[in-house]
Design a protein around this ligand. Structure first.
Ligand code: ADP
Length: 493
């Protein structure tokens, strides 16, 4: 923050430079002494041609003013007058005093002019430096900012490469043409309504749209600022923001959410079918055995029992069929084909970030993601995203209502061994005795829970050849981790 504040100040005022650092007294004495000594030497040489009195001292005082400061100048003047008073024999004291005073005034005046010149030079150097910095900053900003300037007639006078890129044009092809050629609603009426500057209101038909060189239509936000009259013929500077990009990002996030919901429904259905098949298998088999025994009893009772025997047989066939239907349904959904491909974990997490943001915003629990590089794995992208979402939801639920609750998703590379993903929280954790139980379908401690999340997640992890492991996180809560394979063979293992 301090750095930024200093930078903002520097841009406004330029960095403070102290071109005329105050000299020390040693320097003052050296400069004044040497300058006057040189003047005395010069004067001695010139004496052969006549009387020069104070004249050689003037350049010495000027040199002192240029090389040091006012105190050194005063010293030089003192030394000069002292020397002249001692060496030059005047007829009377008044004459000597008047000459000394005159010299002091003239020398001080000349020194003052020299000092001012030096200060002006230092200021000019500062200004030039600041201008260079500002220019470099401006170039850097404009290089990456989509900005256009237009004149009063709505003609483009300048356009930055970023803005030209947004319009799919070369900057030269845009300059000199009406901006309305690309943004049709940006007409003269809009321009005249813009005298106050500020954000441009959206046109009556909804939003600003630009038609790019290739015919694509992109939604945009325009922001305008009025330029001062001195900038004429440029009148208004317009900055453009492509809404198409963020619209596309929003659509991607929506699509992923829909996909995750579908996968969740299918996965839970598969898990329910598997559970049902498992739970109903025994009673159905028992019923079939009882019917079989009943049928044998009825057949033994002679022709009277023939019809009842046939009915019992039919009932047994139907019961066996019911079992077969449930088993087939489980196989169909549970072993539904996985589509493995090479994926970057970071990219899977990036896709999920709008989903995590939503979960985080609703629960007020921060979700931090830290993904190691070397993250290329073989995975069913949506299934792994589903597994991570389940674990993150559970972690957020676990810390819900607790102050300072936090969830972290970390990715660590284990080289050829695989890539490990961990979701951990600082909630109450899961006691060791309950760790096996939480993976059972329908096991839940939540009032609205279905108890399917962890069993579905485990099935996803196992279909990638891995194991879902639960432990204690370093923050004291639960930590769920699993590894993703690097190769298809490892996934099938
Ligand atoms: P549900 O979320 O519908 O309850 P899950 O199978 O996802 O179903 O979770 C089963 C149970 O495991 C949860 O009800 C909860 O008691 C426990 N659990 C899961 N994740 C955590 C966690 N991060 N911290 C504490 N308990 C958890």
């Amino acid at each position: 923050m301090i750095g930024l504040a200093a930078m903002a100040r520097d841009v406004r005022q330029g960095p403070r430079t102290d071109a005329r650092a105050r000299p020390t007294w040693v320097r003052r004495i050296c400069v004044a002494g040497l300058a006057i000594a040189a003047a005395v030497a010069l004067r001695t040489v010139l004496e052969t041609f006549g009387d020069f009195y104070y004249l050689p001292m003037i350049p010495a005082v000027m040199a002192t003013a240029l090389l040091a400061d006012r105190q050194a100048v005063a010293l030089a003047i003192l030394l000069s007058t002292g020397f002249n008073l001692v060496v030059v024999h005047r007829l009377n004291v008044v004459d000597a005093a008047v000459n000394a005073a005159l010299f002091a005034v003239v020398a001080w005046g000349i020194a003052e002019v020299c000092q001012r010149l030096i200060e002006a030079l230092a200021r000019a150097q500062d200004l030039a430096r600041n201008l260079t910095v500002r220019q470099a900053l401006l170039d850097a900003i404009l290089g990456s900012t989509p900005v256009v300037t237009v004149d009063r007639a709505g003609t483009v006078r300048r356009i930055t490469p970023a803005a030209a890129g947004l319009l799919g044009e070369d900057p030269d092809a845009v300059t000199g043409r009406p901006f309305a050629d690309w943004v049709a609603a940006f007409d003269l009426e809009t321009l005249s309504a813009l005298e106050g500057g500020g954000r441009l209101g959206t046109p009556p038909d909804g939003h600003w749209t630009a038609v790019k060189a290739n015919g694509d239509v992109v939604p945009m936000t325009l922001q305008a600022a009025l330029l001062p009259d001195q900038a004429a013929p440029e009148h208004i500077v317009v900055s453009l923001a492509d809404q198409g990009e963020s619209e596309a990002a929003r659509k991607r996030a929506r699509d992923l959410q829909t996909q995750l919901e579908q996968v969740w429904r299918l996965n839970s259905l598969g898990q329910m079918a598997a559970t049902l098949a498992h739970e109903l298998n025994q009673p159905l088999t028992a019923a079939a055995v009882y019917l079989h025994a009943g049928h044998a009893d009825v057949v033994r009772s002679g022709p009277l029992g023939d019809s009842a025997g046939r009915n019992l047989d039919l009932a047994k066939t139907q019961i066996l069929r019911a079992g077969e239907i449930i088993r087939r349904m489980r196989d169909l959904i549970a072993t539904g084909s996985r589509s493995f491909s090479r994926e970057h974990v970071q990219s899977m997490i990036d896709d999920l970030s709008p989903v995590f943001s939503l979960i985080s915003r609703d629960s007020d629990v921060p979700i931090r993601c830290e993904i190691d590089a070397d993250d290329l794995v073989v995975a069913d992208r949506v299934q792994v995203q589903q597994a991570l979402t389940n674990l993150v939801r559970n972690a957020v639920d676990a810390v819900g209502g607790q102050s300072g609750g936090a969830v972290a998703v970390t990715g660590r590379s284990f080289g050829v061994e695989g890539y490990e993903l961990t979701v951990e929280d600082n909630g109450p954790g899961i006691p060791e005795a309950e760790r096996a139980h939480v993976f059972q379908p329908m096991a839940t401690t939540k009032s609205g829970g279905m108890g399917l999340g962890l069993s579905v997640t485990r099935a996803i992890v196992e279909s990638h050849g891995g194991q879902l492991i639960v432990g204690r996180s370093a923050q004291g809560g639960a930590a769920f981790s699993f590894r993703l394979p690097r190769t298809l063979e490892a996934a099938a293992a």
